[in-house]
Design a protein around this ligand. Structure first.
Ligand code: 3UK
Length: 539
């Protein structure tokens, strides 16, 4: 297959073939042509098949773009990229902004131009942007004017990042994107890329250390649209999608942009999607399909009565384990059964999940059609149902780290190892047990932090919690719980004792937290993941 890339950086830094996972294309919907541009397949095809006048993206402030409007914006931006900024196919273009229609248009422009989109999370500052720009050898950037300073600081020191344009600022500025867009009204024909040309680099949200770049092809983007959405989510063209994950997190890119567009539905992009803002927006925009993380569901649950009066009908939880208590809380509050799904940046989107009517409390679900999953021991041998082991996955998508030795850890014998401990039950449902590296070993007992967290969340005083092992001379480690209390509860000795008694009565007593600390909030990544390493450092 002939690559359309003139700049061959991505292809040159793919993992060696023997370190790649197996890729499965068994489903009829996964038979991709050799030439494929996913931006053309999603956006241009939507317009060509008569969806041009359908509503595509709305945002606060009265913005409402049809598919044709999005295409017009993306085409103007693509012309600016190619004719004014000198982008050639294969260049890496950094995108930086909150979730807005303009950020979405920039993504489609970059991908139509055959370049590689590197969407970053809006909260990142110079120290976090610097390694991304360096590792991805970013050459160009499109950035929200409100977030310009940190990127300009990094660009000033970079040998590769030379050409920047800013949107949402002063259109008279020579580097204004909108100012340049006004000069280009012609349609932009998408670059005829190979299905296996790279179109996006996604940096892992990293609850730990050095960021890794995962590489995804045009066909990978189409593959995730063909697997989980039609088989598990089952949304329709009348649905209105909404949610909190940034487009720089592949959970958000899929859920809030690719999946609605693949079926001709519409999406609502909210720039600052805190739980209260999200509840108001669900009501105001008549949203029907919601994507967010477990903590955000807990925070919105008290407004369940208001949500019952909206059109909301499908709610997806991913990013972190969904405790049975949170599933029950949301069902009692809103009447809606959550759709849990585990996804990973390396696999692009969700690969184990369950339809609402097939969901089981405490289980993530079964492998999504198109994927296979198994639980294995340290030697890679499958373990029987009921035994805890490492999760290994294969499907149409899989891990390709850009120039990184950690490829050998994530992919072994053709399987993707997500770093999660799971147990499969006799019905084939997968139950999350924790990260393989955050098992707590106390006095010889193996204790999974999420199990202790799930039990704590059943107590009425607990709003949020995170459990870690802390070093202990006598026991090796002890279980320590970091707790955020609900309003009206005091973080005093009596509460510590009440929580400890409650836990001993709820789960095996050796698992109870010997230490409990109270906080106003827990340290989380921008994607909503608890940063357990920060809690460990607190000890
Ligand atoms: C954890 C879950 C239990 C798990 C993601 C949906 O989270 C996403 O990608 P990341 O690379 O993190 C991957 C890791 O997060 N995790 C995610 N979902 C669940 N654990 N239950 C879940 N439902 O440790 C996994 O290995 O940030 C999620 C879609 C796209 C994504 N990138």
């Amino acid at each position: 297959m002939t690559s359309a890339h003139v700049d061959t950086f991505a292809r040159d830094h793919l993992p060696p073939p023997e370190q790649l996972p197996a890729f499965l294309f068994e489903l009829p919907a996964l038979q991709f042509p050799a030439r494929l541009n996913c931006a053309a397949a999603l956006l241009d095809r939507a317009c060509a098949q008569g969806w041009g006048q359908r509503l595509c993206i709305r945002a606060p402030g009265g913005i409402a773009w049809t598919y044709a409007d999005l295409q017009a914006h993306a085409d103007r931006i693509a012309h600016v990229l190619v004719r004014e900024m000198g982008v050639v196919p294969g260049n890496r273009v950094l995108l930086r902004g909150a979730n807005t229609p303009m950020l979405a248009a920039c993504w489609f422009a970059v991908v139509k131009a055959g370049a590689i989109a590197v969407t970053t999370m809006p909260l990142l500052r110079a120290p976090e942007l610097r390694p991304i720009v360096a590792r991805a050898r970013i050459t160009h950037a499109l950035c929200d004017a409100a977030l310009a300073p940190a990127l300009e600081e990094v660009a000033a020191e970079s040998d590769t990042l030379r050409t920047l344009r800013f949107f949402g600022g002063d259109a008279q500025d020579p580097r204004s994107l909108e100012g340049a867009m006004a000069r280009h009204a012609d349609p932009f024909p998408a670059v005829d890329t190979a299905a296996d040309d790279c179109c996006l680099l996604a940096f892992t949200s990293g609850t730990t250390g050095v960021p890794k770049a995962t590489m995804h092809f045009h066909r990978d983007v189409m593959a995730i649209c063909a697997c989980w959405p039609p088989h598990v989510l089952r949304a329709t063209e009348d649905d209105v999608f909404i949610g909190s994950p940034p487009l720089g997190f592949t959970f958000g890119l899929g859920g809030l942009l690719l999946f609605p567009m693949a079926i001709g539905a519409s999406t609502v992009l909210i720039d600052k999607p805190s739980p209260p803002v999200l509840v108001d927006a669900i009501r105001d925009f008549g949203a029907t399909v919601l994507f967010t993380a477990p903590t955000s569901y807990r925070a919105m649950a008290p407004r369940g009565d208001e949500l019952r009066a909206t059109r909301l009908r499908k709610c997806v939880s991913a990013g972190e384990a969904l405790a049975a208590a949170t599933r029950a809380l949301w069902r009692e509050a809103t009447g809606i059964e959550l759709i849990d799904g585990i996804g990973a940046t390396e696999l692009l989107h969700i690969f184990i999940s369950a339809r609402e009517e097939d969901s089981r409390p405490g289980a993530t679900g079964t492998p999504v059609p198109g994927y296979r999953a198994r639980v294995v021991d340290a030697d890679g041998c499958e373990v029987p149902a009921g035994v805890v082991g490492r999760l290994a996955v294969q499907g149409p998508t899989g891990c390709r780290y850009l120039d990184d030795d950690r490829q050998r850890e994530y992919v072994r014998d053709g399987w993707n190892y997500t770093g999660d401990a799971y147990v499969m039950d006799t019905d084939g449902y997968f139950h999350y047990q924790g990260r393989t590296d955050d098992l707590i070993i106390s006095a010889g007992y193996n204790i999974a932090a999420p199990e202790v967290e799930a039990a704590l969340l059943q107590h009425e005083a607990v709003a949020e919690c995170g459990v870690v092992g802390v070093p202990d001379e006598e026991r090796g480690q002890i279980v320590k719980a970091h707790v955020v209390l609900r309003p009206g509860h005091e973080g005093d000795a009596a509460t510590v004792q009440a929580l400890q008694e409650f836990l001993k009565a709820t789960i095996a007593p050796y698992k109870y937290p010997r230490a409990i600390a109270f906080h106003q909030a827990l340290p989380r990544t921008e994607t909503g993941k608890l940063q357990r390493f920060k809690l460990r450092e607190l000890a």
